[in-house]
Design a protein around this ligand. Structure first.
Ligand code: URA
Length: 295
């Protein structure tokens, strides 16, 4: 076994052990699935953090390709909910569906420029150092949406770079077998709430149009909402997070249709590691939907 495959196997086994899996059957096909995916070997996508004003015209086309989903639908209907359009700050205007942007990377740069040195909500005067716009592949088929930047993110200008970010990276890389640079990661609010409190509804309302524009620029096949804040801003629902996770929710934004999966926030998983197994089940739904080899 070559050293790269050995390392990948060790990382995968460690991830499974953290999930509480004690016995695992390794077959030739599971070993084959650990071989580097094309998405994992391509050059990393440029981060879009910290207001890149420079036009990026063709970055999307050079992004790592994603595994195509199989033609037949691998997700049983029991894991789907009926079509749904979000309400509140995410409600679509009654306008006809906008055409997909020709250049998602350039569109993201444009959105970042529109956001500017934002003062639309009170978070700008509550101690934020910088805006954390989002980072990753503008051509991603998978987008993760978190709540809002914490202290590390505020310092670095990048989403999910602290402890919770490390766990998210492990979930993406060790669990799903993707390179973090192949996906796109952003938050509902782009500025750090003081003491890492949950963003308030007026703050989410001020920032949500930018999240919606990011999603409409990237048009991923699947959005994964991390935790209740992201879930509630993308899908109006009553009840607990547990009641909406574990299945795909059709989501319509301005006439464009995609799928939403809701799972636990990595910070919650750090506090209650016993829920990691449930989060792993959610990731497996995502992997099946996206046709990823480890699913
Ligand atoms: N938690 C979040 O919700 N987002 C981040 O970027 C970091 C921690």
């Amino acid at each position: 076994m070559d050293s790269d495959l050995r390392q990948r196997l060790a990382a995968y086994l460690e991830f499974q052990r953290e999930l509480g899996v004690e016995r695992l059957r390794i077959t030739p096909s599971s070993l084959a699935a650990l071989a580097p995916a094309s998405a994992a070997t391509a050059a990393p996508a440029p981060a879009l953090a910290a207001a890149p004003r420079r036009p990026q015209t063709s970055a999307a086309s050079s992004m790592p390709p994603f595994h195509p989903a199989p033609a037949s639908d691998p997700v049983p209907s029991s894991l789907r909910t009926p079509a749904y359009s979000p309400s509140g700050s995410f409600a679509s205007a009654a306008a006809p569906p906008a055409a997909p942007p020709a250049d998602p990377a350039a569109e993201l740069v444009h959105i970042r420029a529109d956001l500017g040195d934002c003062t639309r909500c009170k978070l700008h005067r509550l101690g934020r150092r910088q805006i954390v716009f989002g980072a990753g592949n503008p051509g991603a088929e998978l987008v993760f949406v978190g709540e809002g930047p914490g202290a590390d993110e505020d310092l670095q200008g990048l989403p999910f770079v602290g402890r919770a970010g490390q766990l998210l990276t492990d979930m993406i890389q060790k669990g799903m077998g993707l390179d973090r640079a192949a996906v796109y990661i952003c938050n509902v609010v782009k500025c750090r709430p003081p003491q890492n409190r949950t963003p308030e509804s007026d703050e989410c309302a001020a920032c949500s149009p930018f999240l919606r524009r990011q999603l409409l620029a990237i048009r991923p096949k699947l959005i994964i909402a991390l935790g209740a804040c992201a879930a509630q801003n993308l899908l109006a629902f009553k009840g607990s997070l547990a009641s909406v996770r574990g299945r795909l929710h059709p989501l319509e934004l301005d006439g464009w249709n995609t799928q939403l999966l809701i799972t636990y926030h990595p910070a919650y998983l750090l506090r209650d590691p016993s829920q990691k197994r449930e989060a792993w089940k959610d990731l497996q739904i995502a992997m099946r939907f996206l046709g990823l080899p480890r699913a």
